[in-house]
Write a protein that binds this ligand. Structure first.
Ligand code: BG6
Length: 280
């Protein structure tokens, strides 16, 4: 099944021509084209769109567990379950879709909590806002880690840099060690770092600038403390059945995350996190 052939696809078109495409499977943003601009997200041509599997690319929602940091399936269950469409609207200047995932027998079997997740995606002009909200509808406190696992499309990873991380502590998930980001500029690709998998703690609302030649994307986040920078590099990419061999050189994940300090919600409480991308 391809994304366009699937019945669970939601298309957003803002009055200025900016577009976004979402799949209800996983509550997954697949595409973002700012007004008069090309695609900004990477979506693997080998991705499967199958029940129980995660889509490779776009913006997977990691919830209620980031990666393998806990007993649940990797990156939690939100990215592999069907979400429902709550609303889709076109305003004077933007287009907005809201998707929802509630607890079910399947989620309660592995995570015994009543919750409601809402993903709101808004496009307008050169900006994209992705908001994830969680409400605890149960009678006990709940805890989760989470990420908006954004795959940016790049023409060549060799030419990509990320600015804004200087002075931050990070956990290198490949070396399994902590380190300090000394330089403000993180160079990726063959001249820089391959096989990147880092959790930067305490990014908070500091903007990150992703540059590739003359293209610049500013990424800001609210409600998320951490950011993950991930690229599998050629060797790990070759082991991912849903990635083409060269796919690693065409993407860079810049993820808004809460990992270091899990979010704790008391009954009736809610949390909201947002990642915003602006093409300059
Ligand atoms: O292959 P998955 O399950 O989609 O995960 C992709 C990557 O997601 C990143 O967020 C993690 O930091 C990596 O460790 C992981 O490999």
């Amino acid at each position: 099944m391809t994304p366009t052939a699937s019945p669970d696809i939601v298309e957003l078109v803002a009055p200025d021509g900016a577009t976004a495409t979402l799949a209800l499977h996983g509550g997954h943003l697949l595409s973002w084209r700012p007004a008069n601009s090309p695609e900004q997200l990477y979506l693997s041509p080998r991705s499967e769109y199958a029940s129980g599997k995660a889509i490779r690319g776009g913006v997977p929602v990691c919830f209620p567990q980031f990666a393998e940091r806990g007993p649940l399936p990797k990156h939690g269950f939100a990215r592999t379950l069907p979400w429902e469409l709550v609303s889709r609207e076109v305003g004077k200047e933007d287009a907005l879709a809201v998707l929802r995932l509630r607890d079910s027998d399947a989620t309660r079997a592995i995570w015994p909590h009543a919750f409601e997740l809402e993903l709101s995606v808004r496009v307008a002009g050169k900006t994209l806002d992705i908001e994830l909200a969680c409400e605890n509808n149960g009678e006990a406190a709940l805890q989760f880690t989470t990420a908006l696992h954004t795959y940016l499309r790049v023409a060549d990873l060799d030419d990509v840099s990320v600015e804004g991380l200087a002075g931050l502590r990070y956990f290198d998930s490949i070396k399994q060690a902590e380190a300090l980001q000394r330089m403000d500029l993180l160079l990726t690709g063959e001249k820089g770092v391959l096989d990147l998998d880092r959790i930067y703690f305490g990014v908070k609302e500091k903007p990150l600038l992703v540059a590739e030649n003359r293209r610049q994307v500013v990424i800001t986040q609210q409600g998320f403390d951490d950011a993950v920078i991930w690229n599998p590099g050629p060797e790990r990419c070759a082991k991912l059945a849903d990635m083409p061999p060269q796919g690693w050189s065409e993407m860079l994940c810049v993820e808004a995350a809460n990992i270091g300090r899990p979010i704790e919600l008391q009954p009736g409480d809610s949390w909201v996190g947002r990642q915003s991308l602006a093409l300059l």
